[in-house]
Design a protein around this ligand. Structure first.
Ligand code: FES
Ligand SMILES: [Fe+2]
Length: 324
């Protein structure tokens, strides 16, 4: 008798969100006193900057009667005030600090507060399903602000795919031939640092008009730096930080800098090329499912390395078993 497996739905095997650092906004997009709704990790969150300049990211629904603090919530000093009945919550720990019509504050009146850090011109959140303290530090990006490099060019895209699948794309040299129209499958190697966490992809594009070497450093799924070298002083760097909106949608924030020597040749054209490249991937991502246990062939070694690497960012045994 043949046992028929349940039909594969689009979402039944999509993993949870991997732990790590993610971006939720660019620093210059959040002024003092500004309040914004944020959708990330399938949750509704509120992001705001207090009067002293600190950034807070908290669960958005007020514990009182559920108003969304990201819509008409207001910064009062170092707190946020709910638009519905005026309860105020501390930016530091989310505790209710003031109820305008009552002296007694219920113990459970508290918002979950996420760990945020501003660095490299972005606001990052440490995501862990149990909201633990960060387990590793954000990397330094020393070329940002270095006078040898251009000021950053920014672009943002909503991509209809799980953050892990977008990250996996960079360890998939074969798709360059079929999806991006490369002449050949680039020679690629994937290595992992002794810490077990930072992954490097090295790829040589020898037969393009501008032969180059690409080095992608992935610090965690959704946080990567891609350095492309054409020759001495002819380099560009793309920082890529993701905001997983939900299991099927990810907002990507890209920051491009290039050596000033090649800005006129590489600056805007490269940005355009990268955006075009994304539109190549788009129809695949929009229609694919996440394969929890893909069938790999011998030629898929970089993908196998990726799947083994990515397990460490998950908590549940089901998500850790990404490949059999
Ligand atoms: S719902 Fe927020 S104060 Fe009532
Ligand atoms: Fe791609």
């Amino acid at each position: 008798m043949t046992i028929v497996e349940a039909c594969e739905s689009r979402t039944n095997s999509t993993p949870d969100f991997p732990m790590g650092w993610y971006s939720v906004e660019r620093s210059h997009e959040l002024a003092i006193g500004e309040v914004k709704p944020v959708q990330a990790f399938d949750r509704e969150l509120v992001l705001y900057r207090t009067r002293s300049g600190n950034v807070a990211l908290q669960d958005a629904f007020c514990p009182h009667l559920g108003a969304h603090l990201g819509h008409e919530g207001r910064v009062i000093g170092e707190t946020i005030r709910c638009p519905f009945h005026g309860w105020q919550f501390s930016a530091e720990d989310g505790k209710c600090s003031h109820i305008p019509y009552c002296d007694e504050i219920p113990e459970r009146a508290q918002l979950r507060t996420w760990h945020v850090q501003e660095k490299n011109g972005e606001i990052y959140v440490w995501f862990h399903p149990e909201n633990t303290a960060p387990q590793w530090a954000l990397p330094d990006l020393p070329e940002l602000g270095d006078p040898k490099w251009t000021t950053p060019r920014y672009t943002e895209h909503r991509v209809p795919a799980h953050v892990q699948d977008i990250c996996e794309n960079s360890c998939d040299p074969v798709h360059f031939l079929y999806v991006h129209g490369s002449q050949e499958v680039p020679e690629s190697t994937v290595t992992i640092d002794p810490d077990g966490r930072t992954m490097h992809l090295h790829s040589d594009m020898a037969t393009t008009d501008y032969p180059n070497h690409l080095h992608a450093t992935t610090y965690s799924p959704g946080f990567a730096m891609v350095r492309t070298t054409y020759g001495p002083d002819a380099e560009m760097i793309m920082y890529n930080s993701a905001q997983p909106v939900n299991r099927n949608e990810t907002l990507m924030r890209w920051t491009l800098i290039v050596r000033k020597e090649i800005e006129d040749y590489a600056g805007d054209d490269v940005m355009k090329g990268i955006i075009d490249g994304l539109s190549d991937d788009y129809p695949i991502w929009a229609n694919k499912v996440h394969k929890r246990r893909p069938v790999f062939c011998k030629g898929d070694s970089t993908l196998v390395t990726f799947r083994k690497w990515v397990r460490q960012f998950y908590l549940t045994s089901e998500d850790k078993k990404e490949i059999a």
